[in-house]
Structures are given as C-alpha cells and as structure tokens.
Design a protein around this ligand. Structure first.
Ligand SMILES: [Zn+2]
Length: 323
C-alpha cells in the first residue's frame, strides 16, 4: 500500500505524467550501475563519503531525523504548492525539460521542480524516503543565469538526490531549525557534531557541482555558475575571472580570520567551488560519463588526484604542502 504523499496527484500541470514515488523507486532500482561503487555514485567527492560515515556514528539522529523529516517536508510542500509554480510541459517547459534531461543522465526518477518567487539567487532540494524529490529554484536564480547555467543548477540539485544527501540534509535542517519547530534539537548536539555537519555540507556541495558538470551541455557552464555566484552580477562576465588570480585569493582567504566565518557556513566560498569545478573538468572520470565533451590534447587526472586537489581547495584551514 502506498502511504506516501504525491504532490503531483490531481495536479493539472503534471496530469498524465508519471512522477509518483513508486515510479521513482522503480527507476532508481533499474538505473545503470556502471557508475556506482558499493551503491554510491563514482563521482562523489571522497571527503563527502568520509564525513557521512562520521555523521552516521552520532547516536539516534539518523533514525529520528528520517521520521520527523517526512512530516516537516510534507508541510513544507503544502506551503510550496500555494506560493510557487510547478514546472511542467505547459509552464516553465524549458526548466521542466532540463530537469528530465538531468535526471535521465544521472539515472534517477525526475524530481518535481518549483519556481519560487524570491529574488535571492538560490536553489535547493527537499526529499525523504516517502515522497518524490522536490527541487526549488528561486526566481532570482532563473533571471540571473543563462539557460546552460540553469541546467547546471538543476543538475547540481539532481546530484543531491542521486547521492541520497537528503537524509543528512534533513538532519542538518532539523538541528539548525530550518525545518520549523526543531530548533531546540541543536542543543542536543555537541559543538564538534555541529561543525561536522557543516563540514560535510560543504563537501556535499563539491560532489553536486560534479553532478552539474556531468549533466551540462557545456562544461564551462558549470564553472561559470560558481563564477557568477562569486561576482554576483546579472551580466555575463565569466571570462574576466582569472583562475590564477583566484588561487592567490584563496591563499589569502585560507590564511586570514575569514576562515572563522567559513567554518560556520553550509556552502564553500564560491571561489573554492570555482577551483574545485575546474579540477573536475580535468578528471578522467568526467569523460567516462561524457566522452563526447572531451577535447583533443586534454591532460587528465585520476579521481584520486582530483579528490586530493579538491580537498586542498575546500579545506577551510590551509593544509601543509606535503599532502
Ligand atoms: Zn547544493
């Protein structure tokens, strides 16, 4: 018996289109396992996996958060249905198609995508074991990104679903009070556990920036999203961002008091994400997913080398050179 809530049920936008959770699970089970290692997508950032293992050792929170998240997310979906637009073939058809494309590329069921009236440049994903995943893209993001960049934003969010980040994200949302009524749970966690969640969240973003690149039509679009998030302009001036200058900027960032603001953040600084994305653009694994995007003469690195490079870029405190 299906006990899940299906946001598309009775919704004229998606009438006749199968997006229910049973369909979603069936597609998940039949997906191509060629790109999985022990059930985990092969492109996942090693630090993301390592920190997830640490989180699973925290007593009770995994099982507790799974139960509470189902109710909190169902409530959030009701609010979303009333205050945003669900993309479908007849409205925001381009975003709907991008979502279908990204989901197909990664081998997951297609999430629902909502455009939310909010001028901040943001996108996020809600999911649990019992509902079709939901991607929310702010109108500010839709207006600021090119179509190619928007596809990468959606690919990034599909990456959170593909990597089953939802359980860990739910835990973080619960302890931080982002899901209403749960703020006091923060007090049950030690400071070190809170920082562990934040460190994991930043590593998970690197994994999903890789998913964005795998889903992209043009690898540069995936790097450009992070460049645009760094300089914030409506105008496309990505070519003016110089990678070597960014490396120098990162050096400064990692050796000043700025790091103390970063350790409390769920996302890596955008310049770190640009450099980590650049590193994955030269990883041989990317071209196992997308051989048609490989350019002649490219010097490629192994997944392990790329992970080590990304760890260097995303570590808030500067690492010693011998790594
Ligand atoms: Zn993300």
């Amino acid at each position: 018996m299906d006990t899940y809530q299906n946001i598309s049920a009775g919704n004229p936008v998606l009438d006749g289109i199968k997006v229910n959770f049973g369909e979603y699970v069936a597609r998940m089970r039949s997906r191509d396992d060629a790109h999985r290692i022990n059930g985990i997508p092969d492109y996942a950032f090693a630090m993301d996996l390592k920190l997830r293992e640490e989180i699973r050792k925290i007593p009770f929170f995994y099982s507790l958060s799974k139960k509470v998240a189902v109710h909190a997310e169902a409530r959030y979906r009701q609010i979303l249905t009333a205050s945003s637009v669900l993309a479908g073939p007849n409205q925001f058809g381009d975003l709907y198609e991008m979502t279908q494309d990204c989901a197909k590329r990664l081998g997951i069921g297609s999430p629902n995508l909502y455009v939310l009236h909010d001028q901040s440049v943001n996108a996020f994903t809600y999911a649990s074991d019992t509902v079709t995943p939901t991607i929310v893209v702010h109108s500010g993001m839709v207006e600021r990104m090119t179509p190619g960049e928007l596809k990468c934003v959606i690919g990034h969010e599909c990456g959170h679903v593909h990597n089953e980040h939802q359980v860990y994200m739910s835990i973080y949302n619960l302890i931080s009070g982002a899901l209403s009524g749960a703020g006091s749970l923060m007090q049950l966690l030690s400071t070190s556990s809170v920082f562990l969640f934040l460190q994991w969240s930043r590593a998970a973003e690197v994994t999903c920036d890789r998913a964005a690149m795998i889903c992209s039509d043009n690898i540069e679009d995936a790097v450009n999203v992070n460049k645009k998030l760094a300089y914030g302009s409506f105008i496309n001036r990505e070519e003016e961002v110089d990678i070597e200058d960014l490396r120098r900027q990162l050096d400064e960032l990692s050796t000043t008091a700025s790091v103390f603001t970063e350790i409390g953040s769920t996302h890596p600084a955008s310049i770190r994400r640009v450099l980590a994305s650049e590193a994955f653009a030269h990883c041989e694994l990317l071209y196992r997913w997308r051989p048609e995007l490989k350019k002649p003469g490219m010097v490629l690195h192994t997944k392990e080398e790329t992970d080590a490079e990304c760890e260097k870029y995303t570590a808030v405190f500067k690492q010693s050179e011998k790594r």
